[in-house]
Structures are given as structure tokens and as C-alpha cells.
Write a protein that binds this ligand. Structure first.
Ligand SMILES: O=C(O)[C@@H](CO)OP(=O)(O)O
Length: 430
């Protein structure tokens, strides 16, 4: 398969997949949205659907993106989102430390009932930094050889790193965040219910390293709620009628660096990326992808321009657009529809113009998982896949929607096969 001359733009729309929603006359956000640029790509290409990680698995973005880039970790060797986000935010992490993904959350501190898993989502860097600094200075573990580092990343997200100077901590512990389970190291969304409390971390084996890890995470959780009860940041937030960030929910622990084949070696082409969220930044570093700066999360026009320009130096560029997922989590179907229309106009519309000078580009569009607004959580519903351009045989798809994905000629793929399939389609015509 000749790969010289290949030019691919690979776009993952976070949380893209959805289900019919009453607020959209029982259409999905993709079906209800006006997306002329995506539809033009669909008419000039072929569609299918993707089970990104595994049948029945509602994956988190980390393991889903790894799969969509061809790394399935099905041997159970996945290191956990905590490690990936630690790498993404450059925290000092060594094998044997315990890294976890955290959420600043709002709890009723009388019974630890969670009233908002994201403390209202609006959290400034200053608030998060002040809270993390207080916690790092105030938390005292019963084991004097243990210490903690906390790094706020984006909005309600924070990375937790626990170090023990005399033992390698085990990652065989359960989450304190009730919204996600750990299955073979992978973070899997649970069908959430309203009656949710902060969970106690439990050791998943009888080793002293797992029991120590669980004990330290529980001490962290308990002390955090006490310390933050009257923290100035929360006094101010409550006075302003905003949810206090008075708990940190922890999940997806890991205790070692991933060992994987660099992506350029895996596919024999050079692949760059445009990513912002700490988890995708971590993935890109682990896979050795050249990262291109392209503004903040919704600088869509800039991302399109940088993506097209990057093809002067790399053969393919992976672009992660976070937008749709948060509307799914918030159950905002109309908001997700509007966000898709914005991405279509401001990213894909600009990309079409910017690629005018690129010979035979192939555009691949899919997602990391479904986040149906009706469920307000990730689901195992397959995501649509589109491969368009460079003479890819058109299959009659008229729009980029879940429905056309079901009927498309590419059929049903597993996430780990998407890149190799797209590469084959992109090079058959060479
Ligand atoms: O970080 C995020 O964007 C989401 C899902 O990946 O996590 P949470 O549901 O905790 O907001």
C-alpha cells in the first residue's frame, strides 16, 4: 500500500453519537442540525458506524481515543486515565505513584451526597489553583511517607498524584466517583441515578500496596471535604449563589507509564494533532504525535487553518473537538444541535476552503463515544464514521448522521480498525 502523497485530516467529535430527543422532534442532534459542509463531505464519500472500544462498553474519552487511533489495550494492559492526564499536565509522576483523574464537585457535607459532579462546571483557574494549594498544604496522611500533588487542568477537572516514599502504590482500587467504573483498567460510564453518594475507595486485592492506596485516597477525600467546607473560594461561591467546589471525586487510578509503539512507526506515516484537553494531550505525548497549537477549545476557524497547514509537514493530522460532549452530559439537545452547526460552519466550512491547495486530501470524521442527551452520560451506542475525498467510492450517503452511518457501505467497524481502514481507502487510489 503506497502511502506517499497521503494527506488525511482525521476529526474526532467528542461525544458525537446521540439518540432521538423529544426537544428535537425525536431527531438526534446531528439529524436536527443544519450541517451543509459535513453533508457535502458525506455525499463525496462513504459512511459506516464504529463500536469504539467494545460491545456494551460506554467508554470514557481516554480509552476511546486510544482505540480510535488503533490502540485497543485488550490485553488488560491499560494504565488508566489518571496516568494519561498526569502526562498531559506534566505533573511529576513516576512508576509506583498513584495518579487519578479528579472532579471538583459539590456535595452535601452532612451525608456526602453529590449534588453536582462538576460543581456547576464554571470554575476559574484562580479558584482551582487556590483550592489545590490549600489542600496540598493542609492534607496530612496518617502515613508520614505519603504525599500529594494536585494540578487543576480544565474547568472542573483536576489531576491527583499520591506518592509514597517507601512503597509502590497499587492501582487495584475502586473509584470514589460513582459515575464511572474501572473495567480492566478502562474507565466505563455507569448509568447514573439521582441517589449518588461519594464512594469509599476499596482495595481490589489483598496486597498491602492496594490497601494502602485505598486508605490514602479515602483520607484524601475525607480531609478535602472538611478543609473546603469554609474555604474562602467556597464562601465567595456560595455568596454568589454558585455551587461550592467542596469535594474532589477520584477515578481511573493508575501507577505506571504506558509502553506503546509510537504511532508514526505503527502506520508508517507521520501523524500530528490538534488537541487541548489534558487527556488528549496526554495521549498525543504517549503516542509521540507532533502537537500543533490552535487556540482554545472553540477556536474552530484557527483549528481548521492550522490543520490544513500542518499537512505541509505531516501526512495526517488528528483533530479533537470537545464541544458536543458537554451538551450531552448536561442533557442539552438544542445546545448540542447548535454546537454541531457551529462546528460545521466554523471548522468544516473553513477547512474545505483551506484544503483547496492540498492534493487529494481525505477527510475522516467520527467520534470517541456517544453521549446521548437523554442519558446525560456516555453510552455504548456506535458513533457514525465518514471517509471522504480522493475518490473514495461514494455510497449514496447524503448527510453525516447516525442513520446514514447505519446504512453506509463501510458497515460496522471496531475503533481500533478505523485508521487502518481509512488509510487503505486513502491509498487505494494512489
Ligand atoms: O472530563 C470530561 O469531559 C468528562 C468525560 O470525559 O468527564 P466528566 O463526566 O467527569 O465531566
Amino acid at each position: 500500500m503506497r502511502k506517499d502523497g497521503v494527506k488525511i485530516v482525521y476529526v474526532l467529535l467528542d461525544g458525537i453519537g446521540d439518540l432521538p430527543h423529544p426537544a428535537l422532534n425525536d431527531l438526534t442532534p446531528l439529524e436536527a442540525a443544519y450541517t451543509p459542509n459535513l453533508d457535502a463531505l458525506a455525499r463525496n464519500g462513504a459512511m459506516g458506524r464504529v463500536i469504539t472500544v467494545g460491545k456494551g462498553i460506554a467508554p470514557q474519552s481516554d480509552i476511546a481515543v486510544f482505540n480510535m487511533l488503533g490502540y485497543s489495550f485488550r490485553d488488560g494492559g491499560y494504565v488508566g486515565r489518571g496516568v494519561i492526564e498526569s502526562i498531559g499536565c506534566n505533573i511529576d509522576f513516576q512508576d509506583g505513584d498513584l495518579a487519578l483523574r479528579g472532579n471538583f464537585a459539590t456535595v452535601d457535607d452532612k451525608n456526602n451526597k453529590i449534588t453536582d459532579r462538576r460543581a456547576g462546571r464554571v470554575i476559574s483557574k484562580e479558584e482551582a489553583t487556590a483550592v489545590c494549594k490549600t489542600l496540598e498544604n493542609s492534607i496530612k496522611f496518617s502515613d508520614k511517607d505519603a504525599s500529594i500533588a494536585l494540578v487543576p487542568t480544565v474547568a472542573h477537572r483536576v489531576v491527583i498524584r499520591i506518592h509514597h516514599s517507601k512503597m509502590k502504590l497499587s492501582d487495584k482500587i475502586t473509584n470514589t466517583d460513582p459515575a464511572y467504573d474501572k473495567v480492566e483498567g478502562m474507565g466505563v460510564a455507569k448509568a447514573t441515578s439521582d441517589d449518588i453518594y461519594v464512594q469509599e475507595a476499596k482495595a481490589q486485592d489483598d496486597s498491602k500496596e492496594a490497601r494502602m492506596a485505598a486508605m490514602l485516597v479515602n483520607e484524601f477525600t475525607e480531609q478535602t471535604i472538611k478543609i473546603l467546607r469554609d474555604h474562602p473560594v467556597n464562601v465567595a461561591r456560595k455568596a454568589a449563589g454558585r455551587n461550592p467546589m467542596n469535594c474532589i471525586l477520584a477515578r481511573d487510578s493508575g501507577n505506571r507509564f504506558p509502553q506503546v509503539q509510537p504511532i508514526n512507526k505503527k502506520y508508517g506515516i507521520s501523524i500530528g494533532c490538534i488537541v487541548e484537553m489534558p487527556v488528549e494531550v496526554g495521549i498525543s505525548k504517549v503516542l509521540g504525535m507532533k502537537m500543533y497549537e490552535a487556540g482554545s477549545l472553540d477556536d474552530y476557524e484557527l483549528k481548521a487553518r492550522v490543520a490544513a497547514k500542518s499537512l505541509k509537514t505531516v501526512d495526517a493530522v488528528y483533530v479533537h473537538l470537545k464541544g458536543p460532549d458537554e451538551f450531552g452530559h448536561d442533557g442539552d439537545a438544542k445546545g448540542k444541535k447548535r454546537n454541531l452547526e457551529e462546528i460545521d460552519k466554523r471548522f468544516f466550512g473553513v477547512l474545505a476552503k483551506e484544503l483547496a491547495g492540498v492534493k487529494n486530501p481525505v477527510i475522516v470524521v467520527s467520534g470517541d463515544h456517544s453521549t446521548p442527551c437523554i442519558k446525560k452520560a456516555h453510552s455504548d451506542d456506535p458513533v457514525p464514521l465518514l471517509v471522504s475525498g480522493n475518490g473514495v467510492r461514494q455510497d449514496g450517503s447524503a448527510r453525516f448522521t447516525e442513520g446514514y452511518g447505519r446504512k453506509g457501505s463501510l458497515g460496522l467497524l471496531m475503533g481500533a480498525d478505523v485508521v487502518s481502514t481509512a488509510l487503505k481507502l486513502a491509498t487505494d487510489r494512489q
